[in-house]
Design a protein around this ligand. Structure first.
Ligand SMILES: Cc1cc2nc3c(=O)[nH]c(=O)nc-3n(C[C@H](O)[C@H](O)[C@H](O)COP(=O)(O)OP(=O)(O)OC[C@H]3O[C@@H](n4cnc5c(N)ncnc54)[C@H](O)[C@@H]3O)c2cc1C
Length: 824
């Protein structure tokens, strides 16, 4: 009987841990269980009493905070403080910047799905929608990417339109003459422009993200705001922001650009200022900017400002024509049309009033940049890279229906279907992430980890989408020219991968590295307490942390063994989505425990274990993307026809997260813990998350090659030109004509099969001669013949590629420099 009773211990422990029972409950249950065991086993009363006193004594140490702190926590506190890696101020600023939003729930092991669904659906105001429909559409119409590429600039008319219509001041409040648009509107404009060309998209994107407007709004002095913001809003100033130097790219805080506080002449007066030397490169809009933000390290060796000699990174706002500034040359980032170039200066004297926020903000530059980075990073690249994907989904889907090989539309071959399914699923998911994240910014969040997640994952999925698109359209994508609708996007993809935190670094260092400390419910508290020597605060955080961790392990185990069948889902969740909420709750618990184990066993060295950190970041990111997909489905009114996209996206996220878990476990340094993770916490019954099935892939691919409301929703706000000389316009028309002509094609095929019509030899008549022969034989009607001929003409327009004289000289076009863009 006593032996049998022993078996009750593990479920009891798991039950207490699962329910995150308070310590006194553990204490009471423990004592009760031991007493019952002693009684069943018939222990002598002295032994039973001794065991109970021993357990009671040990338990009491934990039950009484003062005792626990002195006996147990103090030792751990000492060791923790010793092991805590030192952190520079710039690291601290980066770590503490921004806010924690939905990702905190995912890190907590028990996401509150009701909270996710209660976030308001992000919507555009009437004015924003009008701007998107009218001015943004017009800007798209005015921009012809091929012409811009040849001239290596947008025509003056396009520049004027951008400035006059306020595209450069979308985020500037109305009181300063800007549009005061929401983050969602800003994102929607960039997304739409990117469906047309990266030239206006990037040009508009930069002033509305880290361009000095954002910094001025948050930190500028009243004089700076009143002077610059109205001018930026009206397009009288074109801004740029210069941080990167040849020696400091990813490690931007290490910029060698330096300024020394000194006196000098400015506008005929001797003033206190800074003599700054700087060498910046890759600066977007630099060649045409009229004012640029400049980041440099400020020193005050003569103590003209105060006691501190190394004041730290400082941001100043410098006019492009300030004496000593060398500006105007350009790089060619993968032949991009938008402007980008170096800015240099040697011993340039500038008054202290150039510092953004004035002298009081000297040395605060890094914190300012980190605080403001989250908003821009959440919008610009997620927007532009979703735009590219939407255009790819729309145009490549159409092409796959129009283009025939082996007498079949290429989009119907299983191999091509695989690529189309990825294009559809990735586009839908990226758009979901774009919208939900922009919505967070509009709720007042500055989610630094989420911004890194969407930056990394939307650009990576865009890279996959555009690559897949290029594969599907074959040579049509490779030959550049006005008829190529995808090659330029393909060229630009690496730019998105590199800027605003290069992707390898973002994945390896930021997603989990920053996420683990920022989003974890206890780690930051423990670190603060350790730094400040606060044993009581450390004790509370530490034991909260232990309970949290043990509970997550138990919950992951129970959910793993039961397939998460009994896990709650948000009230009224759509039946098709219930499974995913359950799986994500299970994954969140497993992730939270794995993260704790990794941090607990590897400590500060986890920072150097980038591959492990990257994989943990992958799990967090896939859970975030999956949340966005669920939110989108609900916000869009549960469109039944979109279900294949939802299923594909969710299954892909779960599968990718599962693969990342597999990588963590396979490479976890402590093999005992690795086995515990595999067998108990993450995969107790084997791998549960399969990739999207072939059938599901086919369902998604079909959505891309059939006209439908789903296809329109997937590619909403793609700019669709109407001039049939434009490739996307011709594609749309050819797509519709192909769908219309397919019944005629089928009728002809049936007639041939039944022996009613023998096409015979049609030498030199072209691929559509058979329809003329069929008309003459009375197999098809005149109307049907006209339909087939129209399809043929449009198809021919679509499949053609450009050719040029063999001695065509692009350099000649380069000499034809467009008119200067500097504002008056
Ligand atoms: C077209 C373009 C526009 C730009 N616009 C601007 C602008 O307007 N203003 C501005 O200030 N800057 C701008 N930049 C600079 C951009 O932010 C940097 O290019 C970026 O920070 C990466 O720096 P890097 O190119 O020097 O790469 P490097 O820092 O040399 O990195 C090389 C590789 O190493 C990886 N790496 C580096 N450190 C680590 C690490 N610890 N762990 C793992 N991987 C790591 C990176 O991910 C990258 O893959 C622009 C760049 C380009 C190309």
């Amino acid at each position: 009987m006593a032996y049998w009773f022993l078996v009750t211990l593990p479920p009891l422990v798991v039950a207490l841990a699962y329910g995150r029972a308070p310590f006194f409950a553990w204490y009471g249950v423990g004592l009760g269980w031991l007493a019952a065991l002693a009684w069943l086993a018939g222990w002598p009363s002295a032994l039973a009493a001794g065991a109970l006193v021993a357990l009671g004594g040990v338990g009491a140490v934990f039950l009484l905070p003062a005792l626990r702190r002195g006996v147990v926590t103090a030792g751990i506190f000492k060791a923790f403080r010793k092991a805590l890696p030192s952190m520079s101020q710039t690291e601290k600023d980066a770590l503490e910047a921004g806010t924690v939003w939905w990702e905190g729930e995912l890190f907590g092991g028990r996401p509150d799905w009701q909270r996710l669904l209660a976030f308001p659906k992000p919507v555009l105001s009437d004015e924003e929608q009008r701007f998107l429909d009218v001015e943004t559409t017009e800007l798209c119409r005015l921009t012809r990417d091929w012409e811009c590429t040849q001239k290596q600039d947008m025509p003056g008319e396009v520049w004027r339109y951008i400035k006059d219509q306020g595209f450069l001041g979308m985020i500037i409040p109305r009181e300063y003459g800007g549009k005061g648009f929401s983050a969602l509107a800003h994102s929607a404009v960039v997304t739409k422009l990117s469906t047309r060309s990266s030239a206006p998209a990037v040009t508009v994107m930069v002033p509305n993200s880290l361009g000095p407007a954002e910094l001025l709004l948050h930190y500028g002095t009243p004089e700076q705001k009143n002077h610059y913001l109205p001018r930026l809003a009206r397009g009288q100033e074109i801004p740029a922001f210069a941080l990167t130097s040849p020696w400091a790219g990813s490690d931007a805080a290490a910029i060698p650009d330096a300024g020394v506080v000194c006196k000098g002449m400015y506008q005929g007066r001797e003033v206190l200022g800074m003599r700054v030397s700087f060498d910046k490169r890759y600066i977007t809009l630099a060649p045409v900017c009229t004012v640029f933000g400049l980041a440099f390290r400020l020193f005050d060796p003569q103590h003209l400002l105060g006691e501190v000699e190394d004041i730290g990174i400082t941001c100043a706002l410098v006019p492009h024509d300030h004496p000593g500034v060398a500006i105007g040359r350009r790089h060619l980032p993968l032949n991009a049309v938008w402007m980008n170039g170096p800015i240099r200066g040697k011993d340039v004297f500038m008054p202290l009033e150039f510092i953004i926020g004035g002298p009081a903000m000297a040395g605060q530059g890094w914190r300012m940049l980190m605080e403001c980075l989250a908003a821009g990073r959440s919008i610009s690249l997620p927007g532009s890279n979703t735009g590219m994907q939407k255009m790819t989904a729309r145009a490549v889907g159409a092409y796959a229906r129009v283009r025939y090989q082996f007498k079949t539309a290429v989009g119907r071959f299983e191999g091509v279907e695989e690529a189309l399914a990825r294009i559809g699923g990735n586009t839908w998911l990226s758009d979901a992430a774009r919208v939900m994240t922009a919505g967070a910014i509009d709720l007042g969040e500055k989610p630094s980890v989420v911004s890194a997640i969407v930056k990394y994952h939307v650009t990576e999925r865009a890279r996959q989408t555009v690559n897949d698109g290029m594969d599907v359209i074959g040579g049509k994508g490779i030959c550049l020219g006005p008829q190529n609708f995808l090659g330029r996007a393909y060229q630009q993809i690496p730019v998105a991968i590199t800027v605003e935190g290069a992707n390898i670094l973002t994945r390896s260092l930021i997603l989990f590295g920053q996420g683990a400390i920022r989003c974890h419910p206890y780690v930051l508290k423990e670190m603060h307490a350790a730094r400040e020597g606060d044993l009581a605060a450390f004790d509370a955080a530490l034991w909260g942390h232990v309970g949290f961790s043990v509970s997550n392990a138990a919950r992951a185990l129970v959910m793993g063994l039961s397939g998460a069948r009994f896990v709650g889902v948000p009230q009224g969740a759509a039946p098709d989505t219930r499974h995913y909420y359950k799986q994500l709750t299970r994954m969140s618990a497993a992730f939270a425990f794995t993260a704790d184990l990794a941090m607990g066993t590897l400590g500060g060295s986890l920072k150097r274990k980038e591959k492990l950190s990257a994989r943990l970041g992958d799990v967090l990111a896939q859970m975030y993307l999956a949340s966005c997909a669920l939110k989108r489905f609900e916000d869009e009114g549960r469109q039944a026809a979109d279900l294949p996209l939802l299923h594909w996206a969710l299954q892909d996220c779960l599968h990718k997260a599962g693969e990342a878990f597999e990588g963590v476990i396979a490479n976890f340094p402590n093999r005992l813990f690795a086995a515990f993770l595999r067998r108990v916490v993450v995969f107790p019954l084997g791998k549960p998350w399969a990739p999207p099935s072939d059938q599901l892939g086919q369902d998604v691919a079909r959505l891309l090659i059939e006209p439908s409301a789903t296809r329109d929703r997937l590619s909403a706000d793609v700019y669709l030109p109407t001039d049939l000389e434009e490739p996307v316009a011709a594609l749309e028309a050819a797509f519709r004509a192909t769908v219309e002509a397919e019944p005629v094609e089928a009728k002809l095929r049936r007639a041939i099969k039944a022996g009613h019509f023998k096409p015979g030899l049609m030498i030199g008549g072209g691929v559509d001669a058979i329809y003329t022969a069929a008309l003459e034989a009375g197999v098809i009607t005149h109307d049907e013949h006209a339909i087939a001929m129209r399809r043929g003409a449009l198809r021919d327009k679509v499949i053609r590629v450009d050719d040029f004289p063999y001695d065509f000289d692009l350099r000649a076009a380069l000499v034809d420099v467009a008119e200067p863009r500097k504002a008056a």
